[in-house]
Design a protein around this ligand. Structure first.
Ligand SMILES: [Zn+2]
Length: 470
């Protein structure tokens, strides 16, 4: 039995790992790779294995870099079950459809240009039809319950506390007389994040043999979660005082609901009750509906807000408007500040946020509030680096708006939080730790921390590398 790392190896996107046991192969995650356009196109459209040979997928959570290439897998022949928590199943139904829409629009855009230049036309990675073939393959499972993901493969999902429905995956693999207990953290959340429960330790009582851990912030420390409210309030008031627009790029899943939840608290507390707030993304609206339908994933505080007769809706409040249609979205361009607009995508690469940025980056009264991880080569990263001129839709724009970067909003555990989680495993029992989902510097720093903590064999696999499990 072995594991082959096919994505999120020495990088943070495209999570995909193949576990082979007794001649059967399952996939842990099937994410989209983000990066340079050509490279991404190549990697995402060609799997390094035959999709028809995969017998099942176990999905850690709904983020597109973990789930986004499932329709591609189905398009190329996969027909097995996709195991995920109920909330992940609901989120994916919405998000994969949106992703197909983006893929189709993207191809349309490229083809317009290619046609003019006499270049060959491209086909979208997948379409809504492929998503329709994919959604019925999902099988929702409860947290904490052991189920079979195939012969010799028992599986259990535990709350990873990262986004709604997120899970760490515990596998018990059996081949002849060999047993391997493997834990894949998925993306690990942080204790005390709004809305969600804290991460649950996924190790088996019998002990864990192999651990695959994420390492996104393996070498960095976040601000404490408790600082979120204050960190958000101070810059918002500053921009509001100069009548600026406060533009917040945020992924539609997780971050948007978190921000809305905190703005709700600030508003109820009378601190920003004069400020209109717009959530400008049809996807965010749908996703917020999914949140409302899955209270089983909420922490005690959110449950108590939901059950209180006053302010019982933490995802919508008096000054908040969810914007579905494009016309209303465009109207925001002409609306004078101050107001807050939250839109996707979180790294400013696609979606309505790009229009708000094109319209807003040139005005020094405005503020761009960065609340999420920005990968290399994205527009979001260029804003974080405060490049004097940024390209939006291929056009240069002077960056005159204030850029504020807040780092307490990460939904990923930081170095201390990962070490705290991993230290619950018995370092003497764990045969190998594989660090994935991290840029090399972060993974290396986490690796030294783990070795100091007594984990003797820590590996940072490259893409395509095979790790033995027996
Ligand atoms: Zn994630």
């Amino acid at each position: 039995m072995n594991i082959q790392f096919q994505g999120a190896a020495r990088t943070v996107t495209g999570s995909m790992h193949m576990v082979t046991v007794g001649g059967k192969t399952i996939l842990l995650d099937c994410g989209i790779y983000h990066g340079h356009r050509d490279e991404a196109q190549k990697r995402n459209s060609r799997f390094p294995f035959d999709p028809a040979s995969i017998s099942a997928v176990v999905l850690s959570h709904a983020h597109i870099d973990h789930s986004g290439n499932l329709p591609g897998l189905v398009k190329q022949g996969f027909r097995g079950p996709i195991f995920a928590t109920h909330a992940t199943q609901s989120l994916c139904a919405v998000m994969l459809k949106d992703s197909a829409f983006i893929q189709e629009k993207d191809a349309e855009f490229v083809n317009k240009r290619n046609q003019k230049k006499g270049l060959p036309l491209v086909t979208p990675l997948y379409t809504e039809d492929d998503v329709e073939q994919t959604v019925p393959l999902f099988q929702g499972v409860d947290y904490g319950r052991t189920f079979s993901a195939g012969e010799g493969i028992d599986c259990r999902l535990e709350d990873a506390g990262h986004i709604l429905g997120s899970a760490s995956v515990a596998l018990t693999l059996r081949e002849n007389s060999t047993v391997c207990r493997l834990v894949f953290t998925g993306d690990l959340g942080r204790p005390n994040l709004p809305i969600l429960r804290d991460p649950v330790f996924a190790g088996a009582s019998e002990g864990t043999d192999v651990l695959i851990s994420e390492s996104t912030y393996g070498g960095r420390f976040h601000q404490p979660v408790e600082k979120m409210e204050g960190q958000l309030l101070e810059p918002i008031l500053r921009a509001a005082n100069r009548r600026g627009k406060i533009i917040i790029p945020a992924f539609s899943v997780g971050r948007t609901q978190e921000i809305v939840y905190i703005l709700h608290k600030l508003s109820v507390g009378g601190k920003i009750d004069h400020l209109p707030v717009y959530v400008d993304s049809p996807l965010s609206v749908n996703v917020t509906d999914v949140f409302r339908k899955h209270p089983e994933c909420f922490d005690d505080e959110t449950r108590s807000i939901l059950s209180s007769p006053h302010n019982s809706d933490p995802f919508g409040f008096e000054r908040l408007t969810y914007i579905g249609n494009v016309e209303e979205s465009k109207e925001l361009n002409d609306r004078p500040g101050p107001f807050i607009v939250i839109a996707a995508s979180g790294m400013c690469e696609a979606g309505r946020i790009v229009h708000h940025l094109a319209n807003g980056v040139g005005d020094p009264r405005n503020m761009i509030l960065i609340v999420g991880y920005q990968a290399e080569n994205t527009l979001g990263k260029k804003l974080v680096m405060r490049e004097p001129v940024v390209n939006v839709f291929g056009e240069p724009h002077e960056l005159r708006a204030e850029v504020v970067v807040l780092n307490s909003f990460s939904a990923h555990a930081d170095r201390n939080e990962i070490l705290h989680y991993v230290n619950e495993f018995d370092a003497k029992r764990v045969r190998s730790v594989f660090l994935v989902h991290g840029d090399p510097d972060q993974a290396e720093r986490l690796s030294s921390g783990l070795q100091e903590a007594g984990f003797a064999r820590v590996f940072i696999p490259s893409r395509g590398e095979i790790g033995t499990l027996n």
